[in-house]
Design a binder for this molecule. Structure first.
Ligand code: GLY
Length: 267
């Protein structure tokens, strides 16, 4: 009898493109990005993912696609399906084909049809609920199409308006099984009733983006006050320096798509 392949945590990543210098910026002013440093920081981020047990699936560099390092926006990967998005920024739409090719080895693929838009950075999963940011990037029809794919699988989809930041996950992320890290200036906390929440330090408004992997929270080194708040709540925080990616309006969840899959997927 052939044994079934082992299930492992997989992190899809893509190298920093030189074109990152021309990245989309919505809420930040453009400041010079040191590409070499951004690449070093991205490599250290990948090492942190490996250290917490992820097997890396590195996509090839996309030299013409400025924001392609931010792979999170291109798909929502659930246990049963991967929904490849239609990013809200037209410059980012060409990022999805290569992501779909890789994810298709692990999941059935569904898509978002024009003119609807959806960015993965707007989709926050808490158990069987997907909170989806109504942002400048994700449209109501995109959220409806997502719901059409996942409601039959038992997921509830709730649209959540965000304001003053790029994505829902700029405003709130999961840091424990029933705990979120939130900036209430960017999103109402009411949809997250029933969960515990930790507020960012007011001096660090962009501090709500954290990546929970197992028992560790991958968290930007640029937000030490909020990191201290997380530690005081008993969380294990692994700080990574992503300062150059932050200049591109990126953060720690944006740079990977993490899911559980077969260690030896279909070729
Ligand atoms: N620069 C990240 C984004 O706007 O998508």
């Amino acid at each position: 009898m052939p044994s079934s392949p082992q299930q492992v945590r997989i992190a899809v990543t893509r190298p920093v493109s030189l074109a990152l210098l021309r990245c989309e910026l919505t809420h930040l002013a453009r400041t010079p990005i040191d590409i070499d440093r951004a690449r070093e920081q991205h490599a250290a981020y990948e090492q942190a993912l490996s250290r917490v047990g992820c097997r890396l699936e590195r996509l090839p560099e996309a030299p013409m696609l400025a924001d392609s390092v931010f792979v999170e926006d291109t798909a929502i990967v659930l246990d049963e399906i991967a929904v490849v998005t239609r990013p809200g920024a037209p410059s980012r739409r060409a990022e999805t084909d290569s992501v779909a090719d890789v994810l298709g080895r692990y999941r059935r693929i569904a898509g978002i049809a024009a003119p609807a838009t959806l960015d993965g950075g707007d989709v926050l999963r808490v158990n069987r609920t997907l909170y989806v940011g109504l942002s400048g990037r994700s449209s109501r029809s995109g959220i409806e199409q997502l719901a059409g794919h996942v409601a039959p699988l038992g997921y509830r989809v709730e649209a959540v308006p965000v304001h003053g930041c790029l994505h829902l996950k700029s405003a709130v992320t999961v840091v424990g099984p029933e705990t979120v890290l939130v900036n209430p200036q960017f999103v109402a906390t009411e949809p997250f009733r029933g969960l515990e929440w930790i507020e960012v330090d007011p001096a660090e408004p962009l501090g709500a983006n954290a990546l929970l992997l197992g028992d560790e929270v991958i968290y930007p080194a640029s937000k030490p006050r909020t990191a201290e708040r997380l530690r005081r709540r008993g969380l294990v925080v692994c700080e990574v320096d992503v300062s150059e990616l932050e200049r591109a309006e990126g953060a720690v969840t944006c740079c990977s798509l993490v899911f559980v899959g077969a260690d030896a997927p279909q070729p």
